[in-house]
Design a protein around this ligand. Structure first.
Ligand code: FEO
Length: 396
């Protein structure tokens, strides 16, 4: 690849990880792959903003070389130290050992812990700026969006916000800008990204959006470190971030279940029938056949959460347990739930479900069936779904 122009004097020089399918260890399924975006600004001081993960450093260096020799880099800005952005830092530092490095103090501490090097570090925080020639770069702390070290960098001259993980999407493509790819697919990836990376930090997101909206020169481009640069749809993605971070929900239902001998599954299907009979949309997710990433994305703005599991060794089933522990960390609000399941002799799964996610949703009923549900019991499942749909529609 080569360096590609984002705006006069500003290049994207990162790499495309076409085949990454399990990001963040095993937590995030990236069906469209991933990009690690890095930006190079040619000004009086040559400036590199963020880098790529280990294994992609050669691609980064080769891309930079299509514009300048990496040894000419005067300034490196590290908005965030997670290894997908900082893994190549030690190699880059070897090529430009005299570069000044800018980032938060927490970023410096983290880099030392990861790599044993931090270079000639200048700790910065909100309110501080760096002049690199015609440009002055402003730093904006965004701690816990999504790590303690995180910050954004803003170039008022270019009207570009370099937002690192903020506004990212996992979308491997040769295109650079949001209007060069399918909009629905882009927003689908943006929602998935928010649900799987930023959801727990929603309270902080809304306050930072307010700060971003006050940036003196406005924003013409949002250049994240994953995916496409926002150019045409800045207002849409800002509105979406405000919507997601406010815990707003659609009046719809996700029925997530795990079954051993199809009894819990039969119950799940009848519950969905009951919900939809009231004109409320419902989607059925077998947690063993759907990626947690996709289920979480749907649940991000879904008001009704219904969970089902058979009981196994006095517990809910293990795939459901894994999913609910993930969901527990979302710090979601304004949800309504009930739990259901088939059991053989003790039936602890329902209480197990309720105990696990009671911090993010409220349960007000449950439904248990011994062994295989009878027609009468399936009818109860239908009625439970119907009653739940009415609550979803009628309660604020
Ligand atoms: Fe893309 Fe938090 O790293």
């Amino acid at each position: 690849m080569v360096a590609r122009l984002v705006k006069d004097g500003v290049y994207t020089v990162g790499s495309i990880d076409w085949n990454e399918r399990r990001f963040h260890g095993y937590t995030y399924v990236t069906k469209r792959g991933v990009t690690y975006n890095s930006y190079l600004i040619l000004d009086k001081k040559i400036t590199l903003i963020d880098m790529v993960r280990k294994g992609f450093e050669k691609e980064l260096i080769d891309n930079i070389k299509t514009v300048i020799e990496p040894s000419k880099i005067d300034t490196i800005i590290i908005n965030h130290i997670e290894p997908d952005h900082s893994g190549s830092f030690p190699e880059i530092l070897k090529l430009c050992p005299n570069a000044k490095i800018y980032g938060t103090e927490k970023a410096r501490q983290g880099l030392l812990k990861y790599y044993g090097v931090s270079g000639d570090w200048i700790a910065v925080k909100s309110g501080q700026s760096l002049n690199i020639g015609v440009r002055t770069l402003d730093f904006i702390d965004v701690p816990m969006i999504h790590w303690p070290d995180s910050m954004f960098t803003y170039s008022g001259y270019d009207k570009i916000l370099f937002s690192n993980d903020g506004f990212g999407q996992h979308y491997a493509t040769n295109e650079i800008f949001d209007d060069e790819v399918n909009f629905a697919a882009l927003m689908d990836e943006a929602q998935k990204y928010y649900a799987n990376i930023l959801w727990p930090f929603s309270a902080l997101v809304s306050s930072k959006i307010a700060a971003i909206n006050k940036l003196n020169n406005g924003i013409e481009l949002i250049a994240p470190s994953h995916g496409l640069v926002w150019r045409k749809h800045i207002s849409e993605i800002m509105q979406k971030y405000l919507y997601w971070s406010s815990h707003s929900c659609k009046n719809r239902v996700a029925v997530v279940y795990e079954t051993m001998w199809e009894s819990t599954e039969k119950m799940a299907r009848k519950i969905v029938e009951g919900v939809t009979s009231e004109g409320v949309d419902a989607v059925l997710f077998d947690v063993t056949k759907n990626d947690r990433t996709d289920i979480a994305s749907y649940m991000l703005d879904t008001k009704g959460w219904i969970f089902g599991s058979s009981t196994h060794n006095s517990e809910m089933l293990p795939a459901m347990a894994g999913f609910l522990h993930f969901l527990k960390g979302s710090k979601a609000k304004k949800r309504k739930s009930f739990a259901f399941g088939s059991y053989g002799w003790s039936g602890e799964a329902i209480k197990d479900i309720e105990d696990t996610v009671s911090n993010v949703t409220s349960f007000d009923s449950s439904l248990r069936v011994i062994f295989n549900p009878t027609d009468g019991e399936l009818n109860k499942c239908f009625e439970a779904g119907k009653a739940f749909a009415l609550k979803i529609k009628n309660e604020k």
